[in-house]
Design a protein around this ligand. Structure first.
Ligand code: GDP
Length: 381
């Protein structure tokens, strides 16, 4: 045989062999506990083949955990978390309000000044002009109807009206058929990844098995960060190649969850693409694709940064138009946020605030409790 021909055959064998080894390595990475994006073994990174073919090329068998591999239960966190209270964390919001409440209470009887002070307090607290007027109109008519005269009674009516407006179910709905899929949407930096981590931890504490989908394929750091959270709470991580199709990653995560009988898929999504229109189109597609496989999407949670105040509302409107948002997660309410944005979200968008971020650690996510929130906000320090 011509020696050049022999060299060509040997070269071909080496190249094909190398390719097979790469695919095998990618598949091996599908096994839990071996190589995670977080780097220390708790999460699973599933490499994405080129293009949009991730779904077809990753058969469910390949996603199943090999025998003897650690289960999510094995990796579940053990230390108990102590959740903070609104009262303790709403420092900024409380200080804005309490000065006004003290001043109103110092007056001998209800007067026009009492209402003016309350109006100022509500607007400064980010409640928004429309919701403030509406709230005070209701307070006025109740005060009149019940012939109330003291400012202590006025403040009590205000608290009651505020609670009434904020009350809404905060339960995160699970689907009848597993896996339950919860999508997290919102612009970059609002706290989506952190919230997914906290929710994952909460689910793990409840004994649920979780798969996290790194659907923000446009930022490698987002997948790395999600991997770290996945490791912390014993969840699996499914991620794609950088710049890959987010819908494919999420669909693949749902398939992986179904193959492993996992309970919940927590899907991160991109917060920024090239143009705003594209992002909204992409999110609508993510939603459709996520619903195609096993289980169903029961929550689309819009994550909003409370410190952005009324600007956050404009973002919220755009997201709500693109996807059927089921609720809001309001983050950073512990920082410089004034808190009133909760009313604007409820009254202007009709969306319930389901969860609130009160800090950066896993413990700092609480169910929104209208009663506790209002008591903390409208108080005298
Ligand atoms: P993403 O870009 O939407 O995924 O945002 P990240 O999850 O990366 O969060 C952005 C920053 O906000 C990080 O430094 C988080 O630690 C911080 N963060 C998220 N939630 C909260 C919260 O409830 N309170 C505070 N103080 N910081 C938060």
């Amino acid at each position: 045989m011509d020696p050049i021909f022999v060299v060509l055959i040997v070269l071909a064998i080496v190249i094909v062999g190398g390719g097979v080894a790469f695919v095998a390595t990618s598949r091996d990475r599908g096994a839990p506990g071996e190589v995670g994006a977080g780097g220390d073994g708790g999460s699973t990174a599933l490499a994405e083949p080129p293009g949009d073919t991730l779904v077809e090329e990753t058969p469910p068998e390949a996603l199943e955990a090999p025998e003897g591999a650690p289960t999510p239960e094995d990796r579940a966190p053990t230390e108990e978390l102590v959740r903070p209270s609104f009262r303790e964390r709403l420092a900024k919001a409380r200080s804005t309000f309490s000065g006004y409440v003290t001043s109103v209470l110092s007056r001998s009887e209800i007067s026009e000044e009492s209402y003016e002070e309350l109006e100022e307090a509500l607007i400064l607290a980010d409640v928004g002009i429309g919701p403030t007027q509406e709230l005070l109109d209701s307070v006025r008519s109740t005060v009149k109807e019940r012939k109330l005269t003291t400012n202590a009674e006025l403040i009590e009516v205000l608290r009651a009206e505020m609670k009434l407006r904020l009350e809404a179910p905060t339960e995160l709905v699970r689907s009848e058929e597993s896996p339950t899929i919860w999508l997290f949407v919102g612009v970059n930096g609002v706290g989506k990844t952190t919230t997914i981590g906290k929710v994952g931890r909460r689910l793990a504490d409840e004994g649920a098995s979780v798969v996290m989908a790194a659907g923000d394929t446009f930022r490698a750091a987002a997948a790395e960060q999600l991997g770290t959270w996945a490791d912390r709470c014993g969840a699996e991580l499914v991620r794609g190649a950088e710049g890959g199709d987010p819908s494919s990653v999420i669909f693949d995560a749902v398939e992986a969850a179904a193959a492993r009988s996992a309970d919940v898929v927590l899907a991160d999504t991109a917060g920024r693409l090239h143009t705003k229109t594209n992002l909204m189109d992409e999110l609508a597609k993510v939603r459709r694709v996520a619903d195609k496989g096993s289980g169903s999407v029961t929550e689309v949670l819009l994550v909003l940064d409370a410190t952005t105040g009324q600007n956050g509302l404009n973002q919220a409107r755009q997201f709500a138009e693109a996807t059927d948002v089921t609720g809001v997660v309001l983050t950073k309410l512990d920082g410089s946020a004034k808190g009133g944005i909760v009313f604007a979200i409820r009254s202007e968008l009709g969306l319930p605030v389901k969860l609130v971020g009160l800090g950066e650690t896993a413990a700092d996510l609480v169910d929104f409790d209208a009663d506790e929130f209002v008591e903390a906000l409208v108080a005298v320090d």
